[in-house]
Design a protein around this ligand. Sequence first.
Ligand code: DSN
Length: 420
Amino acid sequence: MAERSLATVDPEIFELIKAEERRQADTVKLIPSENYVSRAVLEATGTVLTNKYSEGYPGRRYYEGQQVIDQIETLAIERAKALFGVRHANVQPYSGSPANLAVYAAFANPGDTVMGMGLPFGGHLTHGWTVSVTGRWFNAVRYGVRRDTGRIDMDEVRELALRHRPKLIFAGGTAIPRIIDFKAFAEIAQEVGAVLVADIAHIAGLVVGGAHPSPVGHADVISTTTHKTLRGPRGAMLLTDSDEHAAALNKAVFPGLQGGPHNHTTAAIAVALKEAATPEFKAYAHQIVANAQALADELLARGFDLVSGGTDNHLILIDLTSKGVAGKPAAQALDRAGLEANYNTVPFDPRKPFDPSGLRIGTPSVTSRGMREPEMRQIAAWMDEVITALAKGDAEETIARVHAEVSELTAKFPTPGLDA
Ligand code: DSN
Protein backbone atom coordinates (compact mmCIF):
# COMPACT_ATOMS: atom_id res chain seq x y z
CA MET A 1 0.00 0.00 0.00
CA ALA A 2 1.29 3.42 -0.91
CA GLU A 3 2.26 5.57 2.02
CA ARG A 4 -0.20 8.26 2.86
CA SER A 5 0.69 11.88 2.20
CA LEU A 6 0.84 14.64 4.79
CA ALA A 7 -2.43 16.04 3.44
CA THR A 8 -4.11 12.69 4.17
CA VAL A 9 -2.46 11.84 7.47
CA ASP A 10 -2.73 15.26 9.02
CA PRO A 11 -4.88 17.65 7.01
CA GLU A 12 -4.85 20.18 9.86
CA ILE A 13 -1.07 20.60 9.79
CA PHE A 14 -1.03 20.37 5.98
CA GLU A 15 -3.54 23.21 5.70
CA LEU A 16 -1.66 25.31 8.25
CA ILE A 17 1.56 24.88 6.27
CA LYS A 18 -0.30 25.92 3.11
CA ALA A 19 -1.71 28.93 4.95
CA GLU A 20 1.79 29.93 6.04
CA GLU A 21 3.01 29.55 2.45
CA ARG A 22 0.26 31.93 1.30
CA ARG A 23 1.00 34.34 4.14
CA GLN A 24 4.70 34.44 3.31
CA ALA A 25 3.97 34.93 -0.38
CA ASP A 26 1.43 37.69 0.21
CA THR A 27 3.55 39.64 2.70
CA VAL A 28 6.32 42.17 2.34
CA LYS A 29 8.68 40.53 4.81
CA LEU A 30 10.78 43.22 6.47
CA ILE A 31 12.09 41.36 9.53
CA PRO A 32 15.86 41.71 8.99
CA SER A 33 16.78 38.33 10.49
CA GLU A 34 14.45 36.41 8.17
CA ASN A 35 14.74 35.35 4.56
CA TYR A 36 13.33 32.98 1.96
CA VAL A 37 15.45 29.89 1.26
CA SER A 38 15.75 28.61 -2.28
CA ARG A 39 13.83 25.61 -3.51
CA ALA A 40 17.09 23.60 -3.43
CA VAL A 41 17.70 24.44 0.25
CA LEU A 42 14.08 23.65 1.10
CA GLU A 43 14.32 20.29 -0.69
CA ALA A 44 17.48 19.31 1.20
CA THR A 45 15.80 20.19 4.50
CA GLY A 46 12.87 17.83 3.98
CA THR A 47 14.78 14.58 3.43
CA VAL A 48 15.52 11.17 4.97
CA LEU A 49 18.68 12.62 6.45
CA THR A 50 16.47 13.45 9.41
CA ASN A 51 16.38 9.70 10.18
CA LYS A 52 20.08 9.33 10.97
CA TYR A 53 22.07 9.70 14.18
CA SER A 54 25.70 10.82 13.69
CA GLU A 55 27.16 11.85 17.03
CA GLY A 56 30.79 12.75 16.51
CA TYR A 57 32.49 14.22 13.47
CA PRO A 58 33.26 12.87 9.97
CA GLY A 59 35.44 9.77 10.32
CA ARG A 60 34.95 9.70 14.12
CA ARG A 61 31.36 8.72 14.86
CA TYR A 62 29.63 6.79 17.60
CA TYR A 63 27.13 5.13 15.23
CA GLU A 64 27.59 3.01 12.13
CA GLY A 65 26.07 3.77 8.75
CA GLN A 66 27.85 7.09 8.16
CA GLN A 67 28.96 6.32 4.60
CA VAL A 68 26.77 9.10 3.21
CA ILE A 69 26.46 11.46 6.16
CA ASP A 70 30.24 11.82 6.47
CA GLN A 71 30.40 12.97 2.85
CA ILE A 72 27.60 15.48 3.38
CA GLU A 73 29.11 17.00 6.52
CA THR A 74 32.57 17.09 4.93
CA LEU A 75 31.16 18.95 1.92
CA ALA A 76 29.45 21.47 4.22
CA ILE A 77 32.68 21.98 6.19
CA GLU A 78 34.85 22.37 3.09
CA ARG A 79 32.40 24.81 1.50
CA ALA A 80 32.22 26.88 4.68
CA LYS A 81 36.02 27.02 4.90
CA ALA A 82 36.39 28.03 1.25
CA LEU A 83 33.59 30.59 1.31
CA PHE A 84 34.69 32.41 4.46
CA GLY A 85 38.43 31.82 3.96
CA VAL A 86 39.07 30.06 7.26
CA ARG A 87 40.93 26.88 8.24
CA HIS A 88 38.25 25.27 10.43
CA ALA A 89 34.46 25.10 10.41
CA ASN A 90 31.99 23.37 12.70
CA VAL A 91 28.59 23.14 11.01
CA GLN A 92 26.76 21.28 13.78
CA PRO A 93 25.37 23.97 16.17
CA TYR A 94 21.58 23.75 16.12
CA SER A 95 21.21 27.52 15.92
CA GLY A 96 22.83 30.79 16.94
CA SER A 97 22.24 30.59 20.69
CA PRO A 98 23.68 27.04 21.01
CA ALA A 99 26.63 28.13 18.85
CA ASN A 100 27.34 31.02 21.21
CA LEU A 101 26.92 28.78 24.27
CA ALA A 102 29.54 26.49 22.73
CA VAL A 103 31.91 29.47 22.59
CA TYR A 104 31.43 30.04 26.33
CA ALA A 105 31.88 26.33 27.01
CA ALA A 106 35.10 26.32 24.97
CA PHE A 107 36.82 29.36 26.45
CA ALA A 108 35.28 30.32 29.81
CA ASN A 109 34.06 28.95 33.11
CA PRO A 110 30.97 30.05 35.05
CA GLY A 111 31.78 33.20 36.99
CA ASP A 112 34.33 34.44 34.45
CA THR A 113 34.04 37.96 33.12
CA VAL A 114 32.77 38.30 29.55
CA MET A 115 31.83 41.34 27.51
CA GLY A 116 29.22 42.02 24.85
CA MET A 117 26.90 44.67 23.54
CA GLY A 118 23.89 45.29 25.79
CA LEU A 119 20.65 43.95 24.29
CA PRO A 120 18.88 47.35 24.33
CA PHE A 121 21.74 48.80 22.30
CA GLY A 122 21.60 46.15 19.59
CA GLY A 123 23.40 43.15 21.11
CA HIS A 124 22.09 39.60 21.47
CA LEU A 125 20.69 37.78 24.51
CA THR A 126 23.63 35.35 24.47
CA HIS A 127 26.20 38.15 24.61
CA GLY A 128 25.70 38.29 28.37
CA TRP A 129 22.28 39.91 28.72
CA THR A 130 20.64 39.71 32.16
CA VAL A 131 17.81 37.27 31.38
CA SER A 132 20.05 34.87 29.44
CA VAL A 133 22.02 32.18 31.27
CA THR A 134 25.06 33.89 29.76
CA GLY A 135 24.25 36.91 31.94
CA ARG A 136 23.39 34.78 34.97
CA TRP A 137 26.25 32.28 34.87
CA PHE A 138 28.94 34.73 33.80
CA ASN A 139 29.99 38.13 35.05
CA ALA A 140 28.84 40.06 32.01
CA VAL A 141 30.05 43.56 31.23
CA ARG A 142 28.04 45.43 28.59
CA TYR A 143 28.95 48.16 26.17
CA GLY A 144 26.58 50.33 24.17
CA VAL A 145 26.40 53.08 21.58
CA ARG A 146 27.10 56.78 21.81
CA ARG A 147 24.04 58.88 22.53
CA ASP A 148 25.03 61.51 19.94
CA THR A 149 25.82 59.17 17.01
CA GLY A 150 23.93 55.94 17.78
CA ARG A 151 27.17 54.09 16.88
CA ILE A 152 29.26 51.68 18.95
CA ASP A 153 31.39 53.63 21.37
CA MET A 154 34.86 52.06 20.82
CA ASP A 155 36.34 54.28 23.55
CA GLU A 156 33.86 52.77 26.00
CA VAL A 157 34.63 49.25 24.71
CA ARG A 158 38.36 49.75 25.34
CA GLU A 159 37.86 51.43 28.70
CA LEU A 160 35.56 48.63 29.94
CA ALA A 161 37.86 45.92 28.57
CA LEU A 162 40.90 47.42 30.33
CA ARG A 163 38.96 47.79 33.57
CA HIS A 164 37.28 44.34 33.62
CA ARG A 165 39.72 42.15 31.62
CA PRO A 166 37.05 39.87 30.09
CA LYS A 167 37.92 36.39 28.83
CA LEU A 168 35.58 36.80 25.86
CA ILE A 169 34.54 39.86 23.89
CA PHE A 170 31.55 39.59 21.55
CA ALA A 171 31.37 41.92 18.55
CA GLY A 172 28.09 41.85 16.67
CA GLY A 173 24.41 41.83 17.46
CA THR A 174 20.85 42.00 16.22
CA ALA A 175 20.10 45.68 15.70
CA ILE A 176 23.33 47.29 14.55
CA PRO A 177 22.70 49.30 11.38
CA ARG A 178 26.34 50.24 10.82
CA ILE A 179 29.58 48.52 9.78
CA ILE A 180 31.29 46.76 12.67
CA ASP A 181 34.98 47.64 13.01
CA PHE A 182 36.37 44.15 13.67
CA LYS A 183 39.97 45.42 13.49
CA ALA A 184 39.35 47.91 16.29
CA PHE A 185 37.71 45.17 18.39
CA ALA A 186 40.69 42.85 17.71
CA GLU A 187 43.18 45.47 18.90
CA ILE A 188 41.26 45.84 22.17
CA ALA A 189 40.91 42.06 22.61
CA GLN A 190 44.65 41.60 22.08
CA GLU A 191 45.46 44.39 24.53
CA VAL A 192 43.51 42.62 27.30
CA GLY A 193 44.18 39.01 26.26
CA ALA A 194 40.51 38.24 25.45
CA VAL A 195 39.16 35.84 22.84
CA LEU A 196 37.36 37.98 20.25
CA VAL A 197 34.13 36.42 18.98
CA ALA A 198 32.61 38.02 15.89
CA ASP A 199 28.92 37.14 15.87
CA ILE A 200 28.06 37.77 12.24
CA ALA A 201 24.67 36.03 12.28
CA HIS A 202 22.94 39.05 10.77
CA ILE A 203 25.59 39.97 8.23
CA ALA A 204 27.10 36.61 7.15
CA GLY A 205 25.60 36.88 3.67
CA LEU A 206 26.91 40.42 3.32
CA VAL A 207 30.38 39.32 4.45
CA VAL A 208 30.66 36.48 1.92
CA GLY A 209 29.13 38.68 -0.77
CA GLY A 210 31.72 41.40 -0.13
CA ALA A 211 29.13 43.91 1.08
CA HIS A 212 30.52 44.10 4.65
CA PRO A 213 34.17 43.80 5.80
CA SER A 214 35.06 40.30 6.96
CA PRO A 215 36.11 39.54 10.53
CA VAL A 216 38.51 36.88 9.22
CA GLY A 217 42.05 37.80 10.24
CA HIS A 218 40.71 39.86 13.16
CA ALA A 219 38.39 37.66 15.22
CA ASP A 220 39.61 34.53 17.00
CA VAL A 221 36.24 32.87 16.53
CA ILE A 222 33.36 33.64 14.17
CA SER A 223 29.86 32.58 15.11
CA THR A 224 27.00 32.76 12.65
CA THR A 225 23.56 31.46 12.02
CA THR A 226 22.94 30.15 8.52
CA HIS A 227 19.36 31.35 7.96
CA LYS A 228 19.54 35.13 7.81
CA THR A 229 21.35 37.02 5.02
CA LEU A 230 23.14 33.75 4.18
CA ARG A 231 19.80 32.27 3.00
CA GLY A 232 20.33 28.78 4.42
CA PRO A 233 18.24 26.59 6.71
CA ARG A 234 17.89 27.32 10.43
CA GLY A 235 21.29 26.38 11.80
CA ALA A 236 24.66 27.81 12.74
CA MET A 237 28.40 27.50 12.25
CA LEU A 238 31.55 28.24 14.22
CA LEU A 239 34.63 29.24 12.25
CA THR A 240 38.24 29.80 13.24
CA ASP A 241 41.78 29.82 11.87
CA SER A 242 43.33 28.44 15.03
CA ASP A 243 43.88 24.67 15.46
CA GLU A 244 43.69 25.07 19.21
CA HIS A 245 40.44 27.05 19.13
CA ALA A 246 38.95 24.58 16.62
CA ALA A 247 39.68 21.65 18.95
CA ALA A 248 38.09 23.48 21.90
CA LEU A 249 35.01 24.47 19.86
CA ASN A 250 34.50 20.98 18.47
CA LYS A 251 34.63 19.49 21.96
CA ALA A 252 32.25 22.15 23.25
CA VAL A 253 29.64 21.51 20.52
CA PHE A 254 29.91 17.71 20.84
CA PRO A 255 29.96 16.17 23.40
CA GLY A 256 29.89 19.37 25.46
CA LEU A 257 26.46 20.68 24.57
CA GLN A 258 24.80 18.74 21.80
CA GLY A 259 24.03 15.19 20.75
CA GLY A 260 23.51 14.13 17.16
CA PRO A 261 23.78 16.79 14.48
CA HIS A 262 20.69 17.54 12.39
CA ASN A 263 21.90 15.98 9.16
CA HIS A 264 19.07 17.30 6.99
CA THR A 265 20.08 20.78 8.14
CA THR A 266 23.76 20.07 7.45
CA ALA A 267 22.89 19.10 3.87
CA ALA A 268 20.81 22.24 3.43
CA ILE A 269 23.67 24.34 4.84
CA ALA A 270 25.97 22.76 2.25
CA VAL A 271 23.52 23.72 -0.51
CA ALA A 272 23.20 27.29 0.79
CA LEU A 273 26.98 27.63 0.95
CA LYS A 274 27.23 26.47 -2.67
CA GLU A 275 24.64 29.07 -3.67
CA ALA A 276 26.43 31.76 -1.66
CA ALA A 277 29.65 31.15 -3.61
CA THR A 278 28.10 32.28 -6.89
CA PRO A 279 28.43 35.69 -8.59
CA GLU A 280 24.62 35.98 -8.33
CA PHE A 281 24.86 35.84 -4.56
CA LYS A 282 27.50 38.59 -4.54
CA ALA A 283 25.12 40.78 -6.53
CA TYR A 284 22.31 39.82 -4.14
CA ALA A 285 24.37 40.88 -1.10
CA HIS A 286 25.14 44.27 -2.63
CA GLN A 287 21.50 44.75 -3.62
CA ILE A 288 20.40 44.06 -0.03
CA VAL A 289 22.50 47.04 1.07
CA ALA A 290 21.42 49.25 -1.85
CA ASN A 291 17.80 48.44 -1.04
CA ALA A 292 18.26 49.18 2.67
CA GLN A 293 19.83 52.52 1.81
CA ALA A 294 17.01 53.41 -0.59
CA LEU A 295 14.46 52.47 2.07
CA ALA A 296 16.33 54.48 4.72
CA ASP A 297 16.63 57.53 2.47
CA GLU A 298 12.91 57.54 1.72
CA LEU A 299 12.03 57.10 5.40
CA LEU A 300 14.35 59.98 6.32
CA ALA A 301 12.75 62.15 3.62
CA ARG A 302 9.40 61.35 5.22
CA GLY A 303 10.59 62.54 8.63
CA PHE A 304 11.38 59.21 10.30
CA ASP A 305 14.08 59.22 12.95
CA LEU A 306 16.61 56.44 12.22
CA VAL A 307 19.07 55.28 14.87
CA SER A 308 22.56 56.37 13.72
CA GLY A 309 20.92 58.39 10.93
CA GLY A 310 20.77 55.59 8.35
CA THR A 311 22.28 52.22 7.49
CA ASP A 312 25.40 50.61 6.04
CA ASN A 313 23.96 47.10 5.94
CA HIS A 314 20.67 45.23 5.67
CA LEU A 315 18.79 46.73 8.62
CA ILE A 316 17.19 49.92 9.77
CA LEU A 317 16.23 50.77 13.33
CA ILE A 318 13.49 53.41 13.54
CA ASP A 319 12.78 55.46 16.66
CA LEU A 320 9.07 56.24 16.35
CA THR A 321 8.95 58.68 19.28
CA SER A 322 8.76 61.72 16.99
CA LYS A 323 5.85 60.11 15.11
CA GLY A 324 3.80 59.86 18.30
CA VAL A 325 3.38 56.07 18.02
CA ALA A 326 5.06 53.23 19.95
CA GLY A 327 6.81 50.34 18.22
CA LYS A 328 4.36 47.57 19.11
CA PRO A 329 1.13 49.13 17.82
CA ALA A 330 3.02 50.29 14.74
CA ALA A 331 4.33 46.77 14.04
CA GLN A 332 0.84 45.33 14.58
CA ALA A 333 -0.79 47.86 12.24
CA LEU A 334 1.88 47.30 9.58
CA ASP A 335 1.40 43.53 9.86
CA ARG A 336 -2.31 43.94 9.21
CA ALA A 337 -1.36 45.97 6.13
CA GLY A 338 0.86 43.12 4.88
CA LEU A 339 4.14 44.75 5.96
CA GLU A 340 5.86 42.43 8.45
CA ALA A 341 8.32 44.09 10.84
CA ASN A 342 9.22 43.71 14.49
CA TYR A 343 9.01 46.16 17.35
CA ASN A 344 12.37 46.76 18.94
CA THR A 345 14.04 48.65 21.74
CA VAL A 346 16.07 51.65 20.63
CA PRO A 347 19.22 52.80 22.45
CA PHE A 348 18.36 54.72 25.66
CA ASP A 349 14.71 53.73 25.22
CA PRO A 350 12.56 55.16 28.01
CA ARG A 351 9.89 52.50 27.29
CA LYS A 352 9.81 48.84 28.38
CA PRO A 353 11.24 46.02 26.13
CA PHE A 354 7.77 44.53 25.56
CA ASP A 355 6.40 47.92 24.52
CA PRO A 356 9.38 49.82 23.13
CA SER A 357 9.79 52.93 20.97
CA GLY A 358 11.33 51.32 17.94
CA LEU A 359 10.68 49.32 14.84
CA ARG A 360 13.32 47.11 13.19
CA ILE A 361 13.13 46.47 9.47
CA GLY A 362 15.47 45.07 6.83
CA THR A 363 15.80 44.06 3.21
CA PRO A 364 17.15 40.45 2.91
CA SER A 365 13.73 38.91 2.17
CA VAL A 366 12.40 41.52 -0.24
CA THR A 367 15.72 41.41 -2.09
CA SER A 368 15.44 37.61 -2.36
CA ARG A 369 12.15 38.23 -4.18
CA GLY A 370 13.87 40.53 -6.68
CA MET A 371 12.58 43.84 -5.37
CA ARG A 372 14.78 46.87 -5.93
CA GLU A 373 14.98 50.58 -5.13
CA PRO A 374 11.59 51.65 -6.61
CA GLU A 375 9.82 49.02 -4.47
CA MET A 376 11.76 50.21 -1.41
CA ARG A 377 10.47 53.75 -1.93
CA GLN A 378 6.94 52.36 -2.23
CA ILE A 379 7.34 50.35 0.97
CA ALA A 380 8.55 53.48 2.83
CA ALA A 381 5.51 55.38 1.54
CA TRP A 382 3.15 52.63 2.78
CA MET A 383 4.85 52.55 6.18
CA ASP A 384 4.49 56.33 6.41
CA GLU A 385 0.80 56.20 5.46
CA VAL A 386 -0.03 53.47 7.98
CA ILE A 387 1.95 55.02 10.84
CA THR A 388 0.65 58.53 10.18
CA ALA A 389 -2.94 57.23 10.13
CA LEU A 390 -2.28 55.27 13.32
CA ALA A 391 -0.97 58.40 15.05
CA LYS A 392 -4.20 60.17 14.08
CA GLY A 393 -6.16 57.30 15.63
CA ASP A 394 -7.96 56.26 12.45
CA ALA A 395 -5.91 53.69 10.54
CA GLU A 396 -8.44 51.01 9.48
CA GLU A 397 -9.21 52.37 6.02
CA THR A 398 -5.54 53.04 5.29
CA ILE A 399 -4.55 49.56 6.48
CA ALA A 400 -7.13 47.93 4.20
CA ARG A 401 -6.09 50.00 1.16
CA VAL A 402 -2.35 49.43 1.76
CA HIS A 403 -2.92 45.68 2.20
CA ALA A 404 -4.66 45.53 -1.18
CA GLU A 405 -1.77 47.43 -2.78
CA VAL A 406 0.80 45.19 -1.04
CA SER A 407 -0.96 42.12 -2.47
CA GLU A 408 -0.75 43.59 -5.97
CA LEU A 409 2.98 44.15 -5.51
CA THR A 410 3.80 40.75 -3.99
CA ALA A 411 1.93 39.00 -6.81
CA LYS A 412 4.54 40.41 -9.21
CA PHE A 413 7.53 39.02 -7.30
CA PRO A 414 7.94 35.23 -7.06
CA THR A 415 8.50 33.75 -3.63
CA PRO A 416 11.73 31.69 -3.60
CA GLY A 417 11.12 28.10 -2.61
CA LEU A 418 7.40 28.35 -3.32
CA ASP A 419 6.87 29.65 -6.85
CA ALA A 420 8.98 26.96 -8.49
N1 DSN B 1 16.27 36.47 16.93
C1 DSN B 1 17.28 36.95 16.02
C2 DSN B 1 16.93 38.27 15.44
O1 DSN B 1 15.78 38.45 15.11
O2 DSN B 1 17.79 39.13 15.26
C3 DSN B 1 18.61 36.97 16.65
O3 DSN B 1 18.89 35.73 17.18
